[in-house]
Design a protein around this ligand. Structure first.
Ligand code: GDP
Length: 433
């Protein structure tokens, strides 16, 4: 998905505009208890175009003067975004800090859109002409508090999107490796690549500096998404947690399957849960890789114990298989690709409607559909409408009656009858006409 970054000095109203835009956010997966999210970036949608919106103001360094904070934010926008929106504030006119930000943005070849906030009335909308001097073309007057102009801004943003959607047309299985710092992502990528002949380690076709690495294995092509984000360390902001989550979100969005790496020697930490929540949100395949399995003192039950802990902490990832590896010794590293193959196969599995409806009949016999306020849910027909993730539509008398728990029951029935290991399953209810 294209990434759009909002930059601007403090108090211009970045968060207000951010919230206005993500009102239309696409709920790919329903909100479920226990999923930790971080709202400085979100999926958004306008006129059928989906994108990721970042409020760079939410990514603050642990320390540093305001100037450094703003510099880091502008750099994140320059490094990560496909389209940059610089926000000004008409009530304060053009300030020297706006000019400083603009100077930093001149370095980028990416499209920069200038929006001027707090233009709440016609008079203020006339005041935005100061901002022409920044050289980013016509400023767009917006009002975060009234919502005016936000549609025009969105039109201008989506008009800048290139042909990103059709970028990955080869038949490679794309996977990303994510996790908090030091769990061993980089070591793991090296261990996987160690046995492979890397065919390309090229820059992606877009302006972003993501580097994907491709290789062939047993006649299948694989692409590890954003190996640059895994290996790179250096700039100050890259050490902040929110930045690394952002990088992970973008890698997940560009993959079929995500390897969520945990560290056996430290156990599960809060930060692991943030990363896991995003892996789940994206609706892609997920494999949980417990790395550094050479370190823990083992008795016969330790693998089982760790697995139980994972299942308890990440209940919403109950579909993800768990594999215990050591990037250091290479133990079970080759099994990772086998598991990737398997999950890829599962997320592209298609079930015939006749088979689904036999299953539905049997399922509703075991567990009758719920009675909600005296009205019984009736399910007439079920059909698969998409793969990756497998998506099913059930035609019902009233979609409101299909509650989370019965949906969950149907998903479990699907899982018991077909191998959907590693992939989420979506069920949508439609009223039968
Ligand atoms: P990243 O930040 O997730 O990319 O983590 P790195 O790959 O840089 O690894 C962090 C540290 O853990 C390094 O000191 C690695 O040598 C070490 N490490 C990585 N994998 C393993 C492993 O399987 N076993 C052990 N004992 N150490 C590991």
């Amino acid at each position: 998905l294209p990434i759009v970054a909002l930059v601007g000095r403090p108090n211009v109203g970045k968060s207000t505009i951010f919230n206005r835009i993500i009102k239309s956010r696409v709920a790919i997966v329903e909100d479920e208890p226990g999923v930790t999210r971080d709202r400085i970036y979100s999926k958004a949608e306008w006129m059928g175009h989906e994108f990721i919106l970042i409020d760079t103001g939410g990514i603050t360094l642990d320390s540093g003067e305001i100037d450094e904070q703003i510099k880091a934010q502008a750099e994140i926008a320059i490094d990560e975004a496909d389209v940059i929106v610089m926000l000004g504030d008409v009530t304060n006119h053009l300030t020297s800090m706006d000019e400083t930000i603009a100077k930093m943005l001149y370095r980028t070849k990416k499209p920069v859109i200038l929006a001027v906030n707090k233009a709440d009335n016609p008079e203020q909308r006339n005041d935005i002409y100061d901002f022409y001097s920044l050289g980013f073309g016509d400023p767009i007057p917006v009002s975060g508090s009234h919502g005016t102009g936000v549609g025009d801004l969105l039109d201008t943003i989506v008009a800048q999107f290139g042909d990103k959607a059709n970028q990955h047309e080869d038949d490679a299985i794309r996977f990303s490796v994510i996790g908090r710092p030091n769990v061993g992502k980089s070591s793991l990528v090296n261990a996987i690549l160690g046995e492979q002949r890397v065919i390309v380690a090229d820059m992606e076709g877009t302006t972003r500096d993501a580097i994907d690495t491709s290789f062939n294995h047993n006649g299948q092509k694989y692409t590890i998404v954003d190996t640059a984000g895994i290996r790179r360390r250096g700039k100050v902001y890259e050490k902040t947690e929110k930045y690394s989550v952002l990088r992970a979100v973008s890698a997940i969005e560009n993959s079929d399957i995500t390897l969520l790496v945990l560290d056996a020697s430290t156990g599960i930490r809060e930060q692991d849960k943030h990363v896991a929540g995003y892996a789940h949100d994206a609706g892609r395949g997920v494999i949980i890789v417990v790395n550094k399995w050479d370190l823990p003192e083992k008795d016969s039950s330790s693998m089982k114990d760790f697995e139980d802990t994972i299942r308890r902490e990440f209940q919403y990832l109950d579909y993800a298989p768990i594999i215990f590896v050591s990037a250091k010794t290479g133990k079970r590293v080759p099994d990772i690709l086998n598991l990737v193959d398997k999950v890829y196969h599962n997320q592209n599995r298609r079930i015939q409607s006749s088979v689904l409806n036999d299953l539905l009949l049997e399922a509703t016999r075991i567990t009758p559909t719920p009675l909600v306020n005296g009205k019984r849910l009736r399910i007439y027909y079920m059909t698969q409408v998409a793969t990756n993730p497998p998506t099913f539509i059930v035609f019902v008398n009233d979609p409101e009656l299909l509650h989370f728990s019965y949906k969950r029951f149907l998903i479990n029935q699907l899982r018991q009858n077909f191998d959907f290991t590693g992939t989420p399953i979506k069920i949508l209810a439609r009223k039968r006409k």
